[in-house]
Design a binder for this molecule. Sequence first.
Ligand code: C2E
Ligand code: MG
Ligand code: MG
Ligand code: MG
Length: 282
Amino acid sequence: NTIIHNGQTKQQIISRQDKVGMIARDLVYDLRQAIYHDELTVVYQPKHHRAGHIVGVEALVRWTHPRYGFVSPAMLVMLAEDSGDINKLGRWVFEHCCIAKAKWNALGHQNLTMAINISPLQLSDNALPTFLSGCVTKYGLHPEEIELEITESSEISDSQQVEKILQEISDIGIHLAMDDFGMGYSSLLHMRRFKVNAIKIDGSITRDVLTNSTNADIIRTISALGKAQKVSVVAEYVETKEQREALLEMGCDIFQGYYHSPPLKPEDCPRYFLSHRHEVAE
Ligand code: C2E
Ligand code: MG
Ligand code: MG
Ligand code: MG
């Protein structure tokens, strides 16, 4: 039993790997159950106009595992992508958001958009557009009130299938936003291939806006592109007033981040919407 890594024996490492594999299998199984039994939740992070008022929210899925505790959405999405449950998860989140949106509309918040993240893998599901339009109709929403945030990835850039699905979604009237813009590749190409309504600059770029002049140049360039293409430019990870001011000066249109608000529980949203309806930026 010779020590082979970090003071651990081969046997110890193998048994640790077994344990990791077991936890992953547990999680996949329990996630499936959680979707089925409606045990996931969704929180909503406000997005603010450059003038100050709120313009919409982004839905972010949350899952607390009974034994392992909080599972990050990045992990959750990865597990679901691997296990083949991503369409189920995506549909659960979408329908859940439509229900919340319908409630808020009844309170007079039709003008706020609901942005929902979708995994690029969901775009290989031919039945997705029909599901989306069915859901929108079922809850009495207008498709323009919904925006799908798509992370650029190799899946998106390669396939004609994906292009067809995105076209169908866009024909329904649902808006599309490129998420994490500037991080992947060929992001500029996508803009030629399907109608994009918004681009969200990746948080890792906006985060260092005050200290990294290259990032500042990238943000100015993306903003100019947005202006030329008549597409709104969203800055995420806006944590301070100084960052907001810099991003505003660089031409960003919409701001999201802890400076304005963390993601909110659904029951806290209506009060927030009311109090930030006419807010004017300082
Ligand atoms: P994203 O779409 O880029 O979402 C933004 C992430 O930044 C969220 O993390 C949000 O909580 C976090 N964030 C917001 N403001 C700030 C800030 O000021 N500073 C910092 N440091 N972080 C901030 P979260 O909720 O952990 O989600 C991570 C990623 O998981 C999301 O990135 C998205 O790609 C994915 N995701 C979340 N919910 C869903 C979902 O329902 N479906 C799919 N397919 N993906 C989802
Ligand atoms: Mg997003
Ligand atoms: Mg993002
Ligand atoms: Mg991200």
